[in-house]
Design a protein around this ligand. Structure first.
Ligand SMILES: NC(=O)c1ccc[n+]([C@@H]2O[C@H](COP(=O)([O-])OP(=O)(O)OC[C@H]3O[C@@H](n4cnc5c(N)ncnc54)[C@H](O)[C@@H]3O)[C@@H](O)[C@H]2O)c1
Length: 358
């Protein structure tokens, strides 16, 4: 197996900067490459600030900081990736730009170098179609902030070779990341159910069941999460969340974006989450709880049927990427098939009816 000692990251924005911090924390030599000097300067300031804070909080020593920073280089020239064992691309979410980046990279990298994309919504296999050797290519989908969130989805296309997956798993282990292996399906393993969860929360708003703060409270109780779906959407940004939800819409009517989700996302507005909301009536709370669970269980059952990821991987990802107290598969097992079927019927039937009436 090839060992990853040096990586190049193309794109030094939100994700590229975070991925660099994560790799440096694992002692991996890292070169950040970007066409924008300003972006590289911002990334440099961010990396320094991160390691300074780690020292001031006594999580690492000053020597650890120096060691990490000495492993970091910056460049505006793709040839700086020529001796990398792995290149992770984190440029704008645009298929043509990503394809062009990989075509340029193939001119300068070694034949043994592995390639990965951090795309959220594009097909890994479609990006790989630009490559002469697509078998050395996979998805490495980090969650924001990449220096903090421990989970990374490792996405195989139909032609990704085992050697590439093994090498990237070993790299992630060195960086103390938790890999979730999955297939190249829209939403991969985790957004496949997390997007329907945020979408169903918005449908509950559309149906007048409660306010964002009230629905967040129900979600916190049901899933043991520290923050509810609306709070998460405000952090991710409703526009980005809407794009992720829209990316699943081709999977069927159940996945179509809720009216308020589209409105808020398209307007670039945040959800209004007012302090401590008045408690909802118990039967309304139950309905919201059942619908949020139904949406997650519907999507998880589908992805299990499609073999997108294993039950274990889905549960691990839910707990570690989204801080669920229990994974959805374990929750379904505890509830039993009859209760789960009832919860799913609440969201499945509703969306089929919506489709018929429009
Ligand atoms: N932001 C998130 O929460 C998040 C989470 C997971 C995955 N992603 C994915 O990660 C990727 C990057 O997202 P981001 O939020 O970091 O974007 P960003 O806009 O913050 O950064 C993109 C960077 O790429 C650089 N760039 C653009 N074209 C380039 C090129 N041809 N060559 C070199 N550099 C180039 C830009 O200058 C910029 O610095 C996207 O595919 C996105 O979908 C984002």
């Amino acid at each position: 197996m090839s060992v990853i000692q040096k990586i190049a990251i193309i794109g030094s924005g939100t994700m590229g900067g975070g991925i660099a911090i994560s790799a440096l924390s694992g002692g991996i030599k890292t070169v950040l490459i970007d066409t924008s000097d300003a972006s590289l300067e911002r990334a440099q300031a961010r990396v320094h600030k991160y390691f300074d804070r780690q020292v001031s909080k006594e999580r690492i020593t000053a020597q650890d900081r120096e060691n990490a920073l000495s492993c970091l280089q910056f460049s505006t020239d793709f040839s700086a990736a020529s001796d990398a064992d792995l290149v992770i691309e984190a440029v704008f979410e645009d298929l043509d730009i990503k394809k062009s980046v990989f075509s340029q990279l193939e001119q300068v990298i070694s034949r043994t170098c592995h390639l990965a994309t951090n795309t959220s919504a594009l097909k890994v296999s479609e990006i790989a179609s630009a490559l002469v050797y697509p078998d050395r290519f996979c998805g490495l989908h980090y969650f924001s902030p990449a220096e903090v969130n421990p989970v990374v989805e490792v996405v195989r296309s139909d032609v990704t070779q085992d050697n590439t997956v093994t090498a990237t798993l070993s790299f992630l282990d060195t960086c103390r990341k938790i890999p979730i292996e999955c297939k190249d399906q829209s939403g991969f393993a985790l957004n496949r159910f997390f997007c329907p969860y945020t979408n169903e929360a918005a449908r509950c708003i559309d149906d007048g069941l409660g306010s964002p703060a009230q629905i967040d409270e129900v979600a916190k109780q049901v899933f043991g999460v520290p923050i509810g779906p609306f709070f998460v959407m405000n952090i991710v940004k409703p526009r980005i969340n809407l794009a992720a939800v829209r990316n699943l819409a081709h999977l069927g009517p159940f996945y179509a974006p809720a009216t308020s989700l589209s409105k808020t996302g398209d307007a670039g507005e945040n959800w209004e989450i007012d302090g401590t909301p008045p408690a909802l009536a118990p039967e309304i709370q139950q309905t919201i709880s059942d619908r949020l669970q139904g949406a997650i269980y519907f999507a998880v059952k589908q992805e299990l049927d499609e073999g997108v990821a294993t039950a274990k991987a889905i549960d691990l990802g839910a707990c570690r990427a989204f801080a669920f107290a229990k994974g959805p598969v374990e929750m379904m097992q505890r509830l039993g098939s009859e209760t789960v079927a009832h919860m799913i019927s609440l969201v499945e039937d509703k969306n089929n009816l919506t489709r018929l009436s429009t």
